[in-house]
Write a new protein. Sequence first.
Length: 140
Amino acid sequence: MQYRRATGNDCLLLAQLNHQLIRDEGHPNPMNVAELENRMRGWLAAAYEGVIFLESENVVAYALYRDDGSQIYLRQFFVARSQRRRGVGRRAMQILFNQVWPKNKRLVVEVLCSNNPGLQFWKSMGFKEYSLSLEILPKQ
């Protein structure tokens, strides 16, 4: 697996993948691809960094994170639907752990409680439960 840093030229690709991620994890975010692209452009221009993972020149995953000084906050991690259950996520995370992120920082990722496959993946990568956010949604 190869990887490269994302640039502003990757915002549409990342937005398309982010749109799939939102649907796959059951997140209620209503943004369309154009809105996600604009948001991604702002994130990459400011505090976030992206990494795109490739196999045979095909994009298989991406990560979006920011270094908060004392910790790395992984905001988005996505494996292409056609690549799941093949070890792609594990290999991509190992690259982040060993080649991209400093080893002396706390790593943080958030997972929707309803995303059981995601929760199991993160636990298998060594992440431990730290907190749980609760909410009451406004009545429609």
